[in-house]
Design a protein around this ligand. Structure first.
Ligand SMILES: Nc1nc2c(ncn2[C@@H]2O[C@H](COP(=O)(O)OP(=O)(O)OP(=O)(O)O)[C@@H](O)[C@H]2O)c(=O)[nH]1
Ligand SMILES: [Mg+2]
Length: 370
């Protein structure tokens, strides 16, 4: 089991509070891979050190803590370069992980469908490929001669080719699955039905909202990245069928390779007529999380869709449904939104009613441009 010390870096223009909040989230991520974070450290550094990130003397301090607590890993809340990982490992003598490694690990464990498994493997291999080079140089140095290609480099070359081959194969397989999905989607597209996609930060309550809207059971859990696969359900507004898609949650500093490889899954988002942007209103970082999700929507080219912000978990803020209106008097949000509780079924009907107006304008649009 991983018993880790987490290390955060306080960059310029960042408050200590922000770093601690991110470390708290990292603790949740470590927990999700069955590990334990025994404590965290924050290092203030305006200019991160190219070779060791935090600097040699600080690493000695970490080393003391590792030994004192009997930890077997140190997790950095950053993306490390391959040489940083090597240098830090050499000093600390325990495994060194970065935020990307932890996120990949969670995704690998949670993936159930063939498509999700392939997408994660692809992301992981793409992340690892450029990181192989340093390794070869190190292996060769151990064997001596300058100027010639050492055995280490040859080994890495073989490994690199194997990875490239595998990447190629995965891409082909994903392409196949994609074709199959396209067929399925075609049937949905034949109709005029409104297509809605749920998006949001992990743990915001997307699957819970899906359940409330479709009255069907879906997997809900208080763990990060409970949902990894896109699921389409159907709901009804005035007897009209609507398609609702639940998607993978987003998180701060998601490795770009992961976003890239999940684009196939997220295609449902790009093709939706309306996005329900689910936000956990009881989370003190909700505004920050909205920004994170909006950036990723931009990455996948879905930021210009009609968006309705659904502030969920309002039951954690007010005691009953009637108090929502009172709360709203001091709630300022300039974009279209609604406050709901998926768990208590508060305002879900009102949300369906709101979707109706989108439905009407959607029909008009389809009509106009058909
Ligand atoms: N109090 C309260 N808890 C809620 C509500 N909606 C969801 N939750 C809880 O929030 C946690 C996350 O819910 P999910 O629906 O799995 O969240 P998600 O956005 O699908 O999460 P990922 O799939 O991990 O991205 C669960 O423990 C839910 O029980 C709500 O309206 N009120
Ligand atoms: Mg979910």
């Amino acid at each position: 089991m991983i018993k880790a010390i987490s290390v955060g870096l306080q960059h310029r223009n960042q408050t200590r509070e922000q770093v601690l909040e991110s470390l708290e989230e990292l603790e949740g991520l470590i927990d999700a891979i069955g590990g334990k974070s025994v404590g965290y450290l924050v290092k203030r550094k305006d200019f991160p050190d190219a070779s060791t990130l935090v600097g040699g003397s600080y690493l000695n301090l970490i080393k003391e803590l590792v030994e004192g607590t009997g930890s077997n890993a140190v997790v950095f809340d950053e993306f490390l370069t391959p040489s940083q990982v090597r240098n830090i490992e050499a000093i600390l003598g325990v495994d060194v992980l970065d935020r990307a490694n932890v996120v990949f690990e969670i995704f690998m464990r949670r993936a159930k469908t063939q498509q999700a498994k392939l997408q994660i493997e692809l992301a992981k291999l793409t992340y690892e490929l450029p990181r192989l080079y340093g390794l070869g140089a190190r292996l060769s140095r151990q064997s001596g001669k300058m100027g010639t290609r050492g055995p280490g480099e040859q080994l890495v070359e073989i490994k690199r080719r194997a990875i490239q081959k595998r990447i190629h194969k995965i891409r082909e397989e994903i392409e196949q699955i994609k074709k199959h999905h396209k067929e399925q989607r075609k049937n949905r597209f034949k109709t005029n039905n409104l297509k809605v996609a749920l998006v949001g930060y992990t743990n915001a309550g997307k699957s819970s909202l899906m359940k409330a809207l479709t009255k069907k059971d879906v997997f809900i859990s208080n763990m990060l990245f409970a949902t990894l696969d896109t699921k389409v359900g159907t709901g009804f507004v005035d007897g009209e069928k609507i398609f609702i898609t639940d998607t993978v949650g987003f998180i701060d500093r998601l490795p770009p390779e992961l976003v890239e490889s999940f684009k196939t899954t997220l295609e449902e988002v790009v093709l939706a007529d309306l996005l329900l942007f689910v936000v956990d209103i009881s989370d003190k970082r909700w505004l920050h999380k909205i920004n994170t999700v909006e950036k990723i929507l931009q990455d996948i080219g879905a930021h210009e869709k009609p968006i309705l912000y659904v502030f969920n978990k309002i039951d954690k803020i007010v005691n009953n449904k009637e108090q929502i209106a009172l709360f709203e008097k001091s709630f300022f949000f300039e974009k279209p939104y609604i406050l709901v509780s998926s768990e208590r079924d508060w305002n879900i009907d009102a949300l369906l009613e709101r979707m109706k107006s989108y439905y009407k304008s959607h029909i008009n649009l389809t009509y106009t441009y058909a």
